[in-house]
Ligand binder design. Structure first.
Ligand code: TRP
Length: 465
């Protein structure tokens, strides 16, 4: 690219800057990537799968997966993105050229774009539920309700496709407005405000759970290790979730990495993001389980934990309506800073490919995700019985993107970074020498890919075997 990329204003951008813009500091990259990582995965999914898989033992496996598979693959994504400085598809194309790899490695970029669209289509629907629950908690309808009344309220909402559609649409519009404004005026502004608020709200909620909940029991549930509760199934769920929660496998972090300043250390930055994401997930557990237990509710309620079980707790505790409103506000903020990252690979690619205006691309992409999302909206009512392989439209999209495309993407990213990528590029980006360099090679070539292969192999075996 020697000469750099001419911008509309006639300025010339040097090679270490992306045409889409740059994070204004290393810290903004940390906020943005943490914003991507921290989402429904941490607050909605992590507590309920921990509940379903028996607590402490599951948490230990999950932490191992984050450390041994998640962190290395995240480092690989950031490294690839930062050396390419373009959308994941074009970044892969130029790295393949520089490394002498086979053209077909660019499937990493293509599959990522598709996975992003699929995930966002249902992510916006569930995030829409959370936004609705901000208002629902504030209205006080949960005052004094019991479990069956709360389930009925949730069921009544889901059974009305127009209501679900309304909130999905609202969430989608908000997402598109942010991404259309670009990296500096959209993404950065959103994470700069929302992430600190989110962390504050979370601390407040954990404090509340400590005062009004059964904190001891909640804590013990999350952290007491009981090896007998370890299952093979739980292990696989933990590994799959490590991908989802760190936003890995589809190029979102690669796209964000393309806007990261060159001087910042990839390893320290990625470890910070991984730790923050984990802390938020555990804190969400510490905010939720103590109040679930103090009300005598069960932790293993599944996906309904947040929308059915939790409102019962809030409905019966002091200041519950206020705290419940704050809780769902927190979930909504976390969801939107994740949703914006799901669009970035496709968005950046379309801007590059057609030299199109970012806002035009954002609107078109948003429209596609919104339309696809209608399938998910209907999966909970009108199409609830329309099943393929026993799965609803939503289950199918969730399964194909989360259990197939993300692990496959992650596996290919690790293999490309470990075996194909030009050595010089990796050394330059990571700055590893001696023992650290050898450990890195071992992890990215063997540990991470084999870990993913185990999950992936088992998933395929379970589905088709
Ligand atoms: N990590 C987010 C969560 O935990 C979801 C998410 C955002 C995501 N971007 C992603 C998942 C990219 C996979 C790939 O809710």
């Amino acid at each position: 690219m020697g000469a750099g990329i001419p911008l509309a204003k006639g300025a010339i951008v040097p090679d270490d800057v992306s045409r889409h813009g740059m994070w204004s500091s290393r810290w903004l990259f940390v906020l943005a990537a943490t914003g991507s990582a921290v989402g429904l995965g941490n607050i909605w999914k992590f507590p309920y799968i921990t509940g379903e898989n028996g607590g402490g033992a599951f948490v230990v496996v999950y932490l191992l997966c984050i450390a041994a598979i998640g962190i290395p693959i995240m480092m690989a994504e950031v490294m690839l993105g930062r050396s390419g400085r373009q959308s994941p598809i074009n970044t892969m194309r130029s790295l393949i050229r520089e490394s002498g790899g086979h053209r077909s490695w660019s499937v990493i970029g293509w599959m990522g774009v598709l996975a992003g669209v699929l995930i966002l289509s249902f992510y916006a629907v569930i995030a829409g539920w959370a936004v609705f629950y901000v208002f629902r908690l504030a209205s006080g309808v949960f005052e004094g309700v019991d479990g069956s009344q709360s389930s009925a309220l949730f069921g009544e909402f889901l059974s009305n496709p127009w209501a679900v559609l309304l909130w999905q649409t609202l969430f989608m519009v908000a997402t598109i407005v942010i991404v259309a404004r670009g990296v500096a005026r959209g993404l950065e502004v959103a994470v700069r405000w929302l992430m600190p608020i989110l962390l504050l709200l979370l601390v407040g909620l954990v404090g509340y759970a400590a005062v009004y909940g059964d904190f001891g029991q909640g804590f013990a549930f999350l952290f007491s290790f009981d090896a007998s509760r370890l299952t093979w199934d739980g292990t696989l769920t933990a590994m799959g979730h490590a991908f989802f929660t760190l936003s890995l496998g589809m190029g979102a972090i690669m796209a964000y990495g393309a806007y990261m300043p060159s001087q910042a250390s990839i390893s320290t930055t990625v470890v910070t993001i991984g730790v923050l994401d984990t802390v938020v997930a555990l804190a969400a557990g510490l905010a939720i389980f103590p109040i679930v237990f103090v009300e005598g509710l069960v932790p293993g309620a599944g996906p309904g934990l947040m929308f059915e079980t939790l409102p019962v707790a809030f409905g019966n505790l002091p200041f519950g309506a206020v705290l419940g409103t704050i809780f769902f506000l927190l979930v909504s903020f976390a969801a939107i800073t994740s949703a914006i990252s799901l669009t970035e690979p496709a968005l950046a690619f379309l801007v590059e490919e057609y030299n199109a205006k970012r806002w035009r691309v954002a609107i078109s992409l948003g429209a596609v995700c919104w339309l696809l999302g209608i399938g998910t909206v209907l999966s909970f009512n009108v199409w609830a019985d329309a099943k393929l392989f026993g799965l609803t439209f939503f289950d199918l999209v969730d399964y194909v993107s989360g259990k197939i495309m993300l692990p496959l993407g992650g596996l290919l990213i690790a293999l490309f970074a470990g075996w194909v990528l030009n050595r010089r590029i990796a050394d330059e980006q990571l700055g590893f020498e001696g023992l650290r360099r050898e450990v890195w090679d071992l992890v990215i070539r063997f540990v991470a890919p084999l870990g993913v292969l185990v999950v992936f192999g088992y998933t395929i075996y379970q589905s088709f075997g």
